[in-house]
Design a protein around this ligand. Structure first.
Ligand code: NAP
Length: 259
């Protein structure tokens, strides 16, 4: 039986596009009150307007760069001032940069962005919000992992390492919070067509399109469904992990392409 949001407050990082934006719509529709963060605030404002039109309640939107401690602290302060409590944190902000093999990398810069965003950013937002989430009495941390956190592939060493790290953090956090009123979930998707590949290939849309050529990828809404499922279970039910792939994908690099 699904348990609706009932005014629970959910923070979604990286809500300006893709999975984060779809999750915002799904959770708003289920009665959650939302705080949405990302660097592109104008996109957040547009999304908030759309949500306000359909639900009558405008989410809080605020600038958030998860790689910047002060930005995270300012964001959390705004959330506390606005709502006074936080029940759910969806750690969605994340990215891949390039598919360069280690032997061909010229410097560490792309690796550092992935580690700072996907690992340090996720840890930082969890650290800052976990007291509020525990105090809510009905908390939930949902991390966006990936099948890249379950199997590595050539050209993905660092992206995969960050997502293996997300899985380790998720599992450790669940153990650390045992006995406290907080659930901890990882959602691990395969190929989802969002801006993810455009970002990975530095804005090269044609190269991004090739990733999904001849196959049917998941949509951001498919993943939002998984997030919604996890956060609307009865309070005693902890969904540890959801691994979800397109029917056309059997693993990283194992893709059926139809002409
Ligand atoms: P997307 O369309 O590129 O969206 C990524 C979101 O993350 C954007 O809203 C972006 O917002 C935000 N973001 C990036 N860096 C940020 C930062 N430093 N601070 C705050 N927000 C930041 O990609 P997506 O597919 O929805 O990805 C969402 C999550 O799903 C990621 O963690 C990704 O690793 C994971 N995932 C994706 C796939 C896939 O195939 N698409 C598969 C498995 C897992 P701004 O640029 O406005 O800050």
């Amino acid at each position: 039986m699904a348990v609706q949001g009932n005014g629970r407050v959910a923070v979604i990082t990286g809500a300006s596009a893709g999975i984060g934006a779809a999750a915002a719509k799904a959770l708003a529709g289920a009665g959650f009150r939302l705080a949405l963060g990302a660097r592109r605030v104008e996109r957040l404002a547009g999304l908030a307007e759309e949500i306000a039109t359909t639900t009558g309640e405008r989410p809080l939107t605020a600038a958030l760069d998860v790689t910047d401690v002060q930005s995270c602290e300012r964001f959390v302060q705004r959330v506390r001032e606005t709502f006074g409590s936080v029940h759910v944190l969806v750690n969605n902000a994340g990215l891949a940069r390039g598919t360069t093999y280690i032997e061909d990398a010229k410097d560490d810069s792309e690796w550092q962005v992935m580690i700072d965003t996907n690992v340090s950013g996720l840890l930082r937002m969890t650290r800052l919000l976990i007291p509020d989430i525990i105090a809510s009495g009905n908390g939930h941390v949902v991390n966006l992992g990936s099948i890249a956190g379950r199997e590595a592939y050539a050209g993905g060493s660092v992206y995969c390492a960050t997502k293996f790290a997300v899985r380790a953090i998720t599992d450790a956090l669940r153990q650390e919070l045992l006995g406290k009123p907080v659930r901890v979930t990882t959602i691990d998707p395969g190929m989802v067509e969002t801006e993810f590949s455009v970002v990975r290939y530095h804005g090269d849309q044609a190269k991004a399109d090739q990733v999904y050529a001849g196959m049917t990828p998941l949509t951001a809404e498919d993943i939002a469904d998984c997030i919604l499922f996890a956060v609307t279970r009865p309070v005693h039910v902890n969904i540890d992990a959801i691994i979800v792939k397109p029917r056309d994908q059997a693993g990283a690099g194992k893709v059926a392409r139809h002409d």
